[in-house]
Design a protein around this ligand. Structure first.
Ligand code: ADP
Length: 399
């Protein structure tokens, strides 16, 4: 049997089709620019002879319904999925599950309503995720649909970690608390780290660092998330591509009062014009590293602030966890930026983190240890695979 994983955004649907018995990827791709005059459909697959193939088509795709239809047609055309009856289930990424969802969940009408209830907490993401589910139900009515939430892995956080020190009714009546995101990625690399350490996940204490355009750190105690850097929204925590991460909560009041900025402007400022982009005008880490090497002050500052914040969180989570097995880097930056790994780990030898500068500098796409063999806390680089994690959790949920 096969599992189709869908990640529906406001103008895109990304997909991956897995073979359940060996988790091989049969096909993957995306429909992007849905609703624009010309949408782009990309699909890559392995043909019967084992040769990698790909197709690209441009045509108007007015909505998600037509987008998913195109994906189903492409999968049939490539021979990856001749008929929908070959599907065991469809797994959907859903960004926010609020407090209602602790695990992957088989979708029915009540679940759809419950996801709808959470929309105010994730107005940019959940409506598109929900659209994907509704369309897939229409298109594959007899196939189970499973929702896998970015927040679910963090539902094990204790109250002391997830509550903000604000009036109690804001939590009780309005859901103001920390939820955390990137849960699927933290969970996936955590499990892979346990396998590399040859230790049951349930016995591992880990700090996982997902560093992509969005970035978050998670403290995992005995296989469960006990703290994470993103909060009620993905804005809190580490320095990101275009998000500020932690700032004094009074800054927006100050800007509102002295510059007359309204809520929408402030939201855009902190979510889309801050972070690396705000500090140096670039949010591509490769370019920032190149500029910093060439001696550009602003790029050097952006790297420095990012590494400083990262180190602060590593220290905080070491204090929370006590004995720690490994620090795990993932995401486009975590997997590829030896420079940032080096800066984040520099000077942490007294805490048991001994990076091997030579091994760390080697370019690789493989899972690997970049710490010295004698390092009490291992430093691992593990490419994330959220789609595979969603596929596995989808199968678990239906069986
Ligand atoms: P997203 O959160 O959008 O999935 P990714 O996980 O793909 O993002 O990460 C994107 C970031 O990874 C970008 O800042 C990009 O510059 C960075 N990145 C990708 N490759 C490298 C590399 N070789 N060296 C440094 N940074 C890299």
């Amino acid at each position: 049997m096969k599992v189709l994983v869908l990640n529906s955004g406001s103008s895109s649907i990304k997909f991956q089709l897995f073979q359940c018995d060996d988790w091989g990827v049969l096909a993957s791709g995306a429909v992007t620019r849905i609703g624009e005059s010309e949408a782009l459909m990309r699909c890559a697959w392995t043909d019967a002879e084992g040769v990698q193939q790909s197709l690209e088509q441009r045509a108007a795709i007015p909505d998600h319904h037509r987008g998913l239809q195109r994906i189903a047609e492409a999968l049939a055309q490539t021979g990856s999925l001749a008929d929908a009856s070959e599907l065991l289930a469809v797994g959907h990424r859903v960004v926010h599950g609020g407090e209602a969802f602790h695990a992957p969940t088989l979708v029915d009408d009540d679940i759809i309503e419950a996801i709808r209830q959470v929309i105010p907490l994730a107005p940019l993401h959940n409506p598109a995720n929900l659209d994907g589910i509704l369309v897939a139900r229409e298109l594959f009515p007899s196939i189970p649909q499973v929702a896998v939430f970015d927040t679910a892995f963090h539902q094990t956080m204790p109250r002391t970690a997830y509550r903000y020190a604000v009036p109690d009714y804001l939590y009780r009546e309005h859901g103001v608390r920390r939820y955390g995101f990137h849960g699927t990625s933290h969970h996936y690399v955590g499990r892979r780290a346990a396998e590399l350490l040859d230790k049951p996940f349930e016995q591992c204490n880990l700090i996982t660092l997902h560093l992509g355009n969005g970035a978050s750190a998670t403290a995992i105690r005995e296989g469960s998330s006990i703290d994470t850097s993103m909060g009620m929204t993905p804005l809190e925590g580490l320095v990101m591509g275009t998000r500020s991460g932690d700032i004094d909560p009074a800054v927006p009041f100050y800007l509102s009062k002295h510059l007359g900025l309204d809520n929408e402007t402030l939201e855009g400022l902190l979510n889309r014009q801050s972070g690396l982009l705000g500090l140096c005008g670039d949010n591509d880490m490769r370019e920032i590293q190149r500029r910093a090497e060439a001696g550009e002050e602003a790029a050097e500052l952006a790297l420095g602030v990012t590494a400083h914040r990262l180190k602060k969180y590593i220290g905080a989570y070491l204090a929370e966890l006590g004995p720690t097995d490994a620090l795990v880097f993932t995401g486009g930056i975590g997997e590829n930026s030896a420079e940032l790994r080096l800066r984040a780990c520099a000077g942490l030898e007294h805490l048991g983190i001994h990076l091997d500068a030579g091994v760390n500098a080697e370019v690789s796409t493989q899972e690997r240890a970049v710490s010295r063999p004698e390092s009490p806390i291992k430093v691992l680089v593990i490419p994330t695979n959220e789609e595979l994690q969603i596929a596995r959790e989808t199968v678990e949920a239906v069986s």
